[in-house]
Structures are given as C-alpha cells and as structure tokens.
Design a protein around this ligand. Structure first.
Ligand code: FAD
Length: 429
C-alpha cells in the first residue's frame, strides 16, 4: 500500500471538533497548527458550557412535525424553550423555513436518524479513550442518561422519536414511579416516569476536557497560535496557506474548518454557502449544591438538562434565535435556575447569588440538525467539520477520526454523504 501523504494541517478553531481533529491528525502522522483566538475550550466556545451529554441516542433534529404551528407562540413568549427575537426574524427566516421543513414528516426524521446514528454511536467509549490519553479519565462517565417526565404520557407524547430511536438500534430501560424515587430521591415527586439509556455517557467538565485535549495535542507536537483565520490562499484547487487576523499567512497544505457558529464565511470562501445559524443556549451553574440528581437528567416539563458536574450542578438548555451579536437575555438563564430549584425542592430557594454563574453559548446549527463534514467544494484539502448543532460534543471523537481519515487519503469509517455541505443547494420548494 502506498504511504499516505503527510501534510501540514491548519485546524481552525479549538472547540471539541478542533481538539479531537488535532489529536487524530497527529496520530495519523500529520503536522498540525491549531488556530484559536480564545483559549481552547474557553467560554467563547459552545464546547465550554454545554450540558455535557454524550448522548449517542440524540439522533433526531430539534425540529419536529407541527413545529410551524407553535411559531406564533414562540414569538409572543420570549421565555419559552424556543424564542425568536422579532428584530432578527427577517435574517433568520430562510433558515427557519428549512428548519421547520427538516422535521416536517416522519420519513425526513427517519433519514436523519439513520444518518446521525453512525456518527454518534459508541461516543462515550471513544470519549473515554481520548480522555485517558489526555490524562483526564475522571471527566468522562459512562453510566447512562435519564429522561424524566411528569407521567408516562409525556414519554408517549414523544412516541415517534423514541420509535425511530428503537429503529436505529437504541434501547433503554423504563423506570416507574417507585423505582424513580429510589434512584433520584431529591427529584420533585411530580416527576413520575423516566427512561434510562444505558449506552450513553456524560462529561463532567466539557471546558476542562477540551483544554486537556488541546494540551495533549500540543504535547504530541501541535503548534497552538492565538489568532483567527480570515481566509485561504489557493493555487488552482490546492491550498497553500491560511490568512490570519494578524495580517500574516500560515503556510500549510490542508485545513479543517471547525470554528463552530462562526464557520460560514470561511466555508463560503470555498464555494459552500451553508445556512448556518446560531441556536443560542444558556446554562446556569450552582456551586456547592446541597441536593441534586444522581444521574444526569433531561427534564421533559422544563425542556432542559441537569448535569451534576465536577464544578457544580449545571442546568442547560433553551433555544434562542437572535444571532451571534445580539445581547444576551439573562432572564433565560434565570428561567433555567427557577426550573432547577423547582425540580430539586431540597435546594435552598433562593439559592445564594454568589454561588451562581450563568453562560450564553452558540450552537452551530444547520436546519436539519446534521453537521457539514467532508471536503469543501473548491479545495479537497480543506475539510468542513462544523454545524453540529445540539450534538457537537457527542459527535466530536468520530468527527476527528473522519477528518484524519479524509486528509490521509483513506475512506471515512462512516458514510458522510448525508453531511455534504452541498445538500443545501437544492431550493426548499
Ligand atoms: C446550552 C447548550 C447545551 C448543549 N448541550 C450539548 C450536549 O449535552 N451534548 C452535545 O453533544 N452537544 C451539546 N451542545 C452543542 C455543542 O456544545 C456544540 O455542538 C459543540 O460544542 C460545537 O463544537 P465546535 O467545536 O464545532 O464549536 P465551538 O465549541 O463553538 O468552538 C469553535 C471555536 O472556534 C473558534 N473560532 C471562531 N472563529 C474562528 C476563526 N475565524 N479562526 C479560528 N478560530 C475561530 C472559537 O473561538 C471557538 O473556540 C450544547 C450547546 C449549548 C449552547
């Protein structure tokens, strides 16, 4: 077999996709320079403040049949689980129409579930292995994830989603009221039914984990530069360099676009105009919480995830369409805090302000909830690895492996055709 060509790869962005790609590219023998204007895994990255779910069962997009009927309500209620800012609506409208269309039928959801499953499968095992390599094995736990509702009816109302999950090979255990009380004694007794998806796992500090992966990449030989990428230098269809925000050009012969919600302009420069929007989300963290869950739980009534993490109890969720530059609406984090205090009534209420922190982050979201993963249209040595929306953390390890396989001239280990950036070229109607 011919030796794979070894390249100098610029990894643009050090969230989970960039950090995992850097580690895998180094493993394949490539030279790597990571470009990141902030700290790897720092609070500017979605990878910092997410819910930490390694939910290999998250195979469905956020959009679902009938969503369009709810849009007027979302516009009226700025504090519901999905909010649209009026002023931003004209800009977001084309993306929103595609978002609604992506989840408009069971058949569409089925196609997405079958496409996403191979990307997410085994994620907790892959994360555990990366965390061990990076010297932080304690940050990944593989004991299942729980979804809880006030009654079995809540679970049944999401029946199509769970049916599709079963279809792609996911299984779970149902937990009735008494067993739920025993498993989660601090949870509000109004929650009476849950399911535990045993194959899933969780991260106990996403920010620290990404920072550790990036530090590991540096120990393995990667260079880390605190600059942003601004464009590409091409000769014909070949990459010769990446233009940087300090006015210089990094000489390199391959690159990975993995700068999360800010990836679209770079991708457009290579012929791929991708509808990428930020689905803004929030978290609230309670330090030194006296009570809380034993598992990480998605609370159906509050539409948020609660995860007992290394640095405190985190509640994360909400989807706000208001752009990358719109001011945060911290009321949304307060909504999460209030849901959290209601869900665990043993917590002091009000909770001491000096033990609360809040965060706003930008999910890099395509309308169909699937990433762009594959070569760019104009230059095959620039790989798109962005747009992971709600599943960027769980998809990170396999994304990194696929990036390394593509740049090593090997066939990717999963079918990436559904993730082609060109899939949005077709008009919606
Ligand atoms: C509230 C919330 C909860 C979530 N919960 C989960 C969950 O439980 N499980 C899950 O799997 N996913 C979850 N997600 C989604 C997940 O966090 C994201 O999909 C994922 O972090 C995206 O990773 P990324 O590496 O693509 O982008 P990011 O983590 O955003 O990283 C991009 C990096 O690129 C850098 N950058 C930007 N522009 C440039 C440039 N021009 N040049 C160089 N660098 C640049 C940025 O500084 C940043 O560090 C959640 C998201 C939110 C907001």
């Amino acid at each position: 077999m011919p030796e794979p060509m070894l390249r100098h790869v610029a990894v643009i962005g050090a969230g989970i996709e960039g950090a995992a790609s850097a580690v895998e590219l180094l493993r394949a023998g490539h030279r790597v320079t990571v470009l990141e204007p902030g700290e790897p895994g720092g609070p500017q990255a979605a990878s910092f403040g997410n819910a930490g779910w390694l939910s290999s069962h998250s195979v469905l997009p956020p959009s679902a049949p009938g969503l369009w009927r709810q849009v007027p309500g979302f516009l009226r209620d700025p504090l519901g689980p999905l909010a649209l800012r009026w002023r931003y609506l004209p800009k977001a409208a084309p993306w929103l129409l595609r978002y609604i269309a992506a989840g408009s039928s069971e058949e569409r959801l089925r196609r997405i579930a079958h496409s996403l499953r191979p990307l997410l499968k085994d994620s907790p095992v892959l994360h555990a292995s990366l965390a061990r390599e990076a010297g932080v094995p304690e940050l990944i736990e593989h004991k299942g994830l729980m979804n809880a509702w006030h009654s079995r009816a809540g679970f049944e109302a999401e029946g199509m989603g769970w049916r599709l999950r079963r279809e792609v090979g996911i299984s779970w255990t149902e937990i009735e009221e008494r067993a739920l009380r025993a498993a989660e004694p601090d949870l509000d007794p109004a929650y009476r039914f849950a399911v535990l998806t045993e194959e899933a796992g969780r991260c106990l500090s996403p920010g620290r984990y990404i920072a550790a992966l990036a530090a590991h990449a540096v120990r393995e030989g990667a260079a880390l530069r605190k600059v942003a990428a601004t464009g590409f230098r091409l000769e014909g269809r070949s990459l010769t360099g990446v233009a940087l925000s300090d006015g210089t050009v990094l000489d390199c012969d391959a690159a990975v676009i993995c700068c999360g919600a800010r990836s679209a302009p770079l991708a457009a420069g290579l012929g791929d105009r991708v509808p990428l929007e930020t689905e803004r989300g929030y978290h609230v963290m309670l330090r030194g919480a006296e009570r809380g869950p034993r598992h990480s739980i998605s609370l159906g009534a509050a539409k948020m995830i609660v995860n007992p993490m290394a640095d405190g109890l985190r509640a994360a969720g909400q989807v706000e369409i208001a752009g990358l530059e719109g001011a945060p609406n911290w009321r949304r984090a307060e909504v999460l805090r209030d849901h959290l205090l209601r869900a665990f009534p043993g917590l002091p209420n009000p909770f001491p302000e000096d033990r609360i922190t809040t965060w706003l982050g930008h999910r890099p979201s395509t309308p169909d909830g699937m990433p762009c993963l594959g070569p760019s249209s104009r230059c095959p040595e620039v790989i798109h690895a962005f747009g992971h929306g709600h599943v960027g953390l769980v998809a990170g390890p396999r994304t990194g492996r696929v990036v390394a396989q593509l740049l090593s001239g090997r066939a990717p280990e999963i079918d990436i055709a559904p993730f082609s950036p060109t899939r949005f070229r077709k008009p919606l109607l």
